[in-house]
Design a protein around this ligand. Structure first.
Ligand code: ADP
Length: 482
């Protein structure tokens, strides 16, 4: 049994802004089921504190003259021990985990996550919670990036893994921040935390972790190229021997159309006819024309450039000449929210846009839709296409990252050999998106073929067990070399 300290800045159901939370809420449980001893480290945001029941203070310390308490609790719905970094001056404020209510990054993010990382390092070195020292410290995204860097300075330290969930977010701050945080001088160089004269948190993970993973095999290859590498492709190439891709799974407890607590009409492969009841109910709820035969296209997403919003907006005028309805749930950049809302006012019978974060509605859209829109410019893994497959809602995707690894185009050949489960757009353009949706519409009008595509989609196994096994073998590999 390995002891794993899993470090994440968000974890479902305590706090979530995106896919990282889903992973951090599921992988520790899957690892525990395979006999690993996993503890999760998370900042004590107010939303987290409001959701925990039993808890106890297990340690008190301070960094940069700010007092910090470590609170022990359990991840709701599981037995996983969670240690919360409770530093009210940094984490107890209204707004999101990384941004204020206007979407502006918190001015003190460097300090907030430096403190978070110092706590992780002290636990890893057995200085804070004396009865438990990890064998492996598993860090996620830039918020945990300083941990492998700081640990590298100690000879007797646990092994480190750094997982990239999205290379676009790097935690870049000015050089003065490096000085203000009193980070060790020896980490300031081109192969360390320095990035074109600035401080890069993510480089702490990429340069110093024993192993680097990302969340799909294709994304692990893509980030070695300048197009997807954000100027980190050189460093990643130099570490490519230690880089691999492990596909995310989905949490079947929350994402299963047969047991989904948010659905009144649950269904599975054998009762697919009930899926359309979910559609007519959603049409009613959203005041769209009620018609089970209209192809419904769904999307639940952060509204940011990455998710293909530009080509979607450029396609809308032509899209609405087709017999389809489009339902979008999301929040993100204000200009996308505004443009989509304006379109929705103009096309009330074909477009519904719900701005906000809404977990029940996200599930209902997955159950109601026939097609799921995800034409991302890049996609490290993507969870929504996996949920869509599970819900018999065929994804329309660009062939990038995890989308390329999980969606097989409904070409004639793939339909014949029963491997087709969605639609792949051959390039990131409005014309290609529209012709792919048109292709989906043509097949949608052939119910027998469509049903087979849905069955192919719903039969795939994206459970966490297989991915957890891959992480465990990676842990074993480093521990043997360590
Ligand atoms: P990313 O991590 O890039 O945002 P993923 O597809 O990996 O994209 O994961 C997104 C997760 O966040 C999914 O679980 C999705 O359902 C959820 N999500 C995104 N936006 C919303 C929203 N507005 N309301 C509810 N859930 C959302």
């Amino acid at each position: 049994m390995n002891k794993i300290l899993y470090i994440s800045s968000e974890a479902f159901p305590l706090i979530k802004t995106g896919g990282l939370a889903d992973v951090a809420g599921s992988l520790p449980t899957a690892l525990t089921k395979q006999s690993q001893d996993v503890r999760l480290l998370l900042p004590a945001y107010p939303e987290v504190l409001s959701k925990i029941r039993k808890n106890k203070k297990v340690s008190t310390t301070s960094y940069y003259n700010l007092s910090v308490e470590i609170i022990e609790t359990r991840l709701p719905g599981s037995n996983i021990i969670v240690w919360l970094v409770d530093c009210p001056a940094l984490f107890n404020r209204p707004g999101g985990p990384y941004t204020d209510k206007h979407g502006q990054a918190w001015h003190d993010n460097a300090l907030r996550f430096a403190v978070f990382c110092h706590v992780a390092v002290d636990i890893a070195l057995n200085k804070l919670l004396s009865n438990w020292q990890p064998d492996v410290v598993h860090c996620n995204d830039w918020q945990a990036g300083l941990v492998p860097a700081l640990l590298s300075l100690h000879r007797k330290r646990p092994a480190t893994v750094f997982t990239i969930h999205n290379l676009a977010y790097q935690g870049i701050f000015d050089q003065q921040t490096f000085v203000d945080l009193h980070l060790p001088e020896e980490l300031w160089h081109i192969n360390g935390l320095e990035f074109y004269g600035q401080l890069s948190f993510i480089k702490g993970g990429l340069a110093y972790a024993d192993k680097i993973t990302t969340v799909s095999p294709s994304y692990a290859r893509e980030i070695l190229q300048p197009e997807f590498g954000y100027s980190l492709d050189g460093l990643l190439n130099s570490r490519s021997k230690h880089l691999s891709g492990i596909l995310n799974g989905i949490d079947e407890k929350h994402w299963n159309p047969g047991t989904d607590k948010y659905l009144e009409h649950k269904y599975n492969r054998r009762s697919l006819n009930k899926k359309s009841i979910n559609k007519t109910e959603l049409q009613q709820q959203l005041s769209l024309p009620v018609d089970a035969s209209t192809m419904m296209i769904g999307m639940v997403s952060r509204l940011v450039q990455q998710k293909g919003l530009d080509i979607i907006l450029q396609s809308l005028a032509t899209l609405f000449t087709l017999p389809v309805q489009l339902v979008i749930l999301g929040t993100g950049e204000t200009h996308y929210e505004l443009q989509l809302s304006e379109w929705a006012q103009r096309q009330p019978d074909q477009l519904k846009v719900v701005i906000g974060y809404n977990e029940p509605l996200a599930h209902r859209i997955e159950a109601a839709s026939d097609v799921y829109l995800m034409p991302s410019t890049f996609e490290p893994c993507g969870l929504n296409q996996l949920y869509s497959l599970r819900y018999g809602n065929l994804p329309v995707v660009t062939p990038v990252g995890g989308l390329a690894d999980t969606v097989t185009d409904a070409s004639e050949e793939n339909i014949k050999n029963d491997t087709a489960n969605g639609f792949v757009i051959n390039e990131q353009s409005p014309a290609a998106l529209l012709s792919t949706i048109q292709r989906a519409l043509t097949l949608y009008q052939q119910p027998e073929i469509w049903r087979q595509l849905q069955i192919n989609a719903m039969s795939a196994d994206f459970s966490w067990q297989a991915s957890a096994r891959r992480y465990i073998s990676l842990y074993q590999q480093i521990l043997e070399a360590h």
